[in-house]
Design a protein around this ligand. Structure first.
Ligand code: PLP
Length: 378
């Protein structure tokens, strides 16, 4: 059987990993500044994470959500404490798209409305509602097309006010990434996030903060949206939550009441996933990884700002983006194939850095060193 060919692949096979280093099948060592697409939060193969999963595996890996799974409550308690959203409720699922799908659906259950506001260059996942709120026609099949989603220009306050004035009581939710990831590390402004909160309150819509890529501590705040000092009604999470073990979820504000069977899942919140997610939060706390993300992120930004060809440097903590001039369009692939550094991209010419929050200063310097060498030999 052939694999269904959905991605252009790098001709590299990674077999082993530790911290921010991965090794291919020839034993070549690579620096991982991409974190497997922002997924590796506490570092590859963290010993505490491995031990927690192994210990759980020796007890029970899975049973259905028809029984009490105490690990889910432990995870909810820990998440409440680390995120500061203690009074929120947790619903667990398996991926970022699923988290957003449930968030959008729950908002519609809650206020009985259909319209969703999303923004240009947004990426919210590939399931049906999530993809219809994603601003890339290539990802939507005809069956995903609907007239519920209104796309507005990102950070355009006047357009947002206009839209609420026009559709007011039809708007169910506004979904926004605190920092757009796939869209190229574009930050939502503080005033824009506050305006979303204000208009949602005024019109009875729900504010959904997509924290799948920009959340879970990566920017130094648990949710990057927190920078605005206002709460969302629903936060979606995935990627860093399990450090590679598939798990996602939504945090739901206390004013949203649950109803049996509105949301559900077979695999979400299984024993193994909860064990992995608990290990992540424990390590984040013990090793002060959100503080580390700020410190190493600032250091990277400072070092990058001194490099001539680095344009439009932006981001916070360990979610950093910069643009390359046309003359250096091959730099990313040369970094990977000649200098052995994984980075992320955003079309057309943005480099995205999404390393583990445990990235050390030495590893950050190693990246800068390899980047400079790649530029010098361009
Ligand atoms: C902001 C954002 N939301 C949602 C998703 C979808 O997550 P998943 O691929 O786990 O479904 C992504 C994935 O890149 C993302 O960046």
């Amino acid at each position: 059987m052939k694999l269904f060919d959905v991605y252009p692949l790098n001709n590299i096979c990674i077999e082993k990993a530790k911290g921010s280093i991965v090794w291919d099948n020839y034993g070549n060592e690579y620096l991982d500044m991409y974190g497997g697409h922002a997924v590796i939060s506490i570092g590859h193969a963290h010993p505490k994470w491995k031990a927690r999963i192994e210990e759980q595996l020796n007890k029970i890996a899975f049973y259905s959500n028809s029984i009490i799974i105490p690990l889910q409550q432990q995870l909810a308690d820990k998440l409440g404490q680390v995120s500061g959203k203690n009074d929120y409720q947790l619903f667990l699922c398996n991926s970022g798209a699923e988290a957003n799908e449930n968030a959008l659906k729950l908002a519609s259950f809650h206020n009985g409305r259909k319209k969703i506001i999303a923004f240009t260059k947004a990426f919210h996942g590939r399931t049906s509602l999530a993809v219809s709120a994603t601003d890339n026609k290539n990802y939507s099949a005809p069956v995903n097309e609907n007239d519920h989603v209104i796309f507005l220009p990102f950070n355009d306050e006047a357009a947002l006010i206009d839209c609420f004035e026009k559709y007011g009581n039809e708007i169910s939710s506004v979904i926004i990434e605190g920092i757009q990831g796939v869209g190229g590390i574009r930050e939502a402004s503080i005033t824009f996030l506050r305006l979303i909160r204000k208009l949602c309150d005024q019109y009875g819509a729900l504010y959904i903060a997509d924290g799948v890529q920009c959340g879970y501590g990566r920017t130094g705040l648990f949710f990057s949206h927190d920078v605005a000092g206002v709460n969302a009604d629903i936060y979606s999470m995935a990627k860093g939550m399990g450090n590679g073990f598939p798990i996602g979820g939504i945090l739901i504000a206390p004013h949203i009441q649950p109803k049996h069977f509105q949301l559900g899942t077979t695999f979400g919140g299984n024993h193994l996933a909860c064990a992995a997610a608990l290990a992540v939060l424990e390590v984040m706390e013990e090793e002060r990884l959100m503080q580390n993300a700020i410190m190493v992120g600032n250091h990277l930004i400072q070092s990058l700002s001194k490099i001539d060809i680095v344009q439009n440097l932006r981001g916070r903590g360990l979610m950093i983006g910069f643009d390359l001039p046309e003359s250096h369009s091959k730099l990313r692939s040369r970094l990977l194939n000649e200098y052995r550094v994984f980075t992320g991209e955003a079309k057309p010419n943005t480099v995205r850095l999404l390393p583990s929050m445990a990235l050390t200063m030495e590893a950050a310097d190693l990246f800068i060193d390899r980047l400079k060498k790649a530029i010098a030999t361009n």
